[in-house]
Design a protein around this ligand. Structure first.
Ligand code: UDX
Ligand code: UDX
Length: 476
């Protein structure tokens, strides 16, 4: 079986960084170099202080600590790393296009194409190119065409292209990589597939390594994300119905989840899905369906994204309604800004849309998140942070003028000081253990707890004299 000795990964992001760290950890005989055009990001990956890695993932620091300096390197010397590699992973971002053909739906492939051209320029000998980024179906064709013209230009260079989508979820990236449900390898050259399978076989059982053709592999990734996201929109639609009828979505989820055909996972109603993948990949699927003349199929999947957006606006509207129809000048605490727990990632976080709606209504938001930097929140809200107001003062004249403002809070207690309500948007573990009796005393009464993640103990909140709204809980 052909054996890989040197791997280069282009893109040191949430996917490339952890994935390569685990490969290096599990394959000590393979030299792994992760490259990125972003010098600051590479510097952070090389920081001696492992708590400063650019990606927060439980367990990542230990894996990087073991492999870095042994067979794992982070560098900005892209050409050099490509030249030395037998296998190049492309793990750069593919955001939704914001302008031009397919704006708002199609993926922007300019970085992927640039990578393919760079590989075409710098590779030596036989190089296996692996698509790790999630890509629209048939992107491999474009990569192959670029590499084929490099082959034709002479020399002894040759290429094989594989698709090897990543299924890790943020927050559980390390366990997901260490014991994946499956590894999917799509391609046309059996030897290239074997070479990549051999890398994974250091720790993944053979029966979990699935081989398909290129297009099936690319489409499987989009489909897996579409199915997962669809479950969330489905349960969120049911949550709204539960609230209207007196049912409880947690009870409904438990009841349907025990049906082995449905299964219990991914049935948590919440403020809608975030993350860099679900919305982007579904919109991409929608674009592909339209392109291939399947408008009804496109509409079907598009509704999953529409329901998600609706859910986020619905929660913001509901907060305003409960607070006597106005939040202008009122202090509201937001607990959790990351799109899910155990990550510092805020891409497409539900908190962004909900906070923006509340700011639009003139609210004063105290935002707490254990891992997200205030600068990131400012970028996401397109609004710089304000000074935290004095706790005792009521709404200021400036705030009553209707300007929405926000400031970062270093603790939950500080965020709730003088607040009329608290809105929980990320299921961080620490929010499950709050002392509501103490917190209630800091708030302005009557005060509301809006729990969009089912993390609080309702009895404790009620005992503290607070009003409670929980996602998907109707009043029987
Ligand atoms: C990205 C995609 O969003 C996802 O669809 C895909 O499956 C994997 O790659 P992620 O790792 O989360 O996911 O993206 P990001 O954290 O933005 O990292 C991408 C990195 O690539 C960035 O650090 C960026 O600087 C780097 N990059 C981008 C390059 O090194 N070269 C380029 O030409 C473009
Ligand atoms: C997802 C896929 O799970 C992963 O396989 C793929 O590689 C990338 O996209 P990720 O976005 O990192 O991973 O996290 P995930 O755990 O899937 O959560 C996505 C969003 O759905 C989060 O905002 C999460 O809070 C939300 N969610 C998830 C729910 O609202 N309810 C659930 O029951 C599960």
């Amino acid at each position: 079986m052909p054996s890989i000795r040197s791997i280069c990964c282009i893109g040191a992001g949430y996917v490339g960084g952890p994935t390569m760290a685990v490969i290096a950890d599990r394959c000590p005989g393979v030299q792994v170099t992760v490259v990125d055009i972003n010098q600051a990001r590479i510097d952070a990956w090389n920081d001696a202080d492992l708590s400063k890695l650019p990606v927060y993932e439980p367990g990542l620091d230990a894996v990087v600590g073991r492999a870095r300096g042994r067979n794992l390197r982070f560098s900005t010397a892209v050409d050099e790393a490509i030249a030395a590699a037998d296998m190049v992973f492309i793990s750069v971002n593919t955001p939704t296009k914001t302008k031009g053909l397919g704006a708002g739906q199609a993926s922007d492939l300019r970085w992927v194409e640039a990578c393919a051209r760079q590989v075409a320029k710098s590779a030596t000998g036989h190089t296996i190119v692996v698509e790790k980024s999630t890509l629209p179906v048939r992107t491999a064709e474009a990569i192959k065409a670029i590499l084929a013209s490099a082959e034709a230009s002479g020399g002894d260079r040759s290429f094989a292209v594989l698709s090897n989508p990543e299924f890790l979820a943020e927050g559980t990236a390390i366990p997901d990589l260490e014991s994946p449900d499956r590894v999917l390898i799509g391609g046309e050259h059996p030897e290239a597939i074997d070479a990549l399978a051999c890398v994974y076989s250091h720790w993944v059982p053979q029966e979990r390594i699935l081989r398909t053709n290129l297009w099936s592999s690319e489409l499987s990734k989009l489909t897996a994300n579409a199915f997962l996201a669809q479950r969330i929109s489905s349960i969120n639609s049911v949550a709204a119905l539960c609230e209207a009828t007196g049912a409880d979505v947690r009870e409904v989820a438990r009841a349907i989840g025990t049906d082995s055909r449905i299964g219990p996972k991914f049935l948590n109603a919440g403020p809608g899905f975030g993350g860099s993948c679900f919305q982007k990949d579904i919109l991409n699927l929608v674009y592909l369906c339209r392109h291939f003349g399947l408008p009804d199929v496109a509409d079907y999947w598009e509704s999953v994204v529409q329901l998600n957006t609706w859910q986020q606006h619905r929660i913001a509207r509901l907060v305003v309604q409960k607070l006597f129809g106005t939040v202008t000048g009122k202090r509201l605490a937001i607990l959790g800004f990351a799109f899910k727990a155990d990550t510092n990632d805020t891409r497409e976080a539900p908190a962004i849309r909900i906070a923006k709606d509340l700011l639009e209504e003139g609210a004063q938001l105290a935002i707490h998140d254990p891992k997200v930097e205030p600068e990131q929140i400012a970028r996401d809200l397109s609004l710089p942070a304000s000074e935290a107001p004095n706790a005792e003062s009521g709404p200021t004249r400036a705030s009553l003028s209707g300007e929405g403002t926000w400031w970062p809070s270093a603790s939950v207690a500080a965020a709730l000081e003088g607040a009329d309500s608290v809105l929980i948007l990320t299921e961080w573990n620490q929010y499950r253990q709050l002392d509501w009796t103490d917190l209630a005393q800091r708030m302005r009464q009557p005060a509301w707890v809006f729990d969009a993640r089912s993390v609080v103990d309702p009895d404790q909140v009620h005992a503290a004299g607070l009003k409670l709204w929980r996602i998907g809980e109707g009043q029987p």
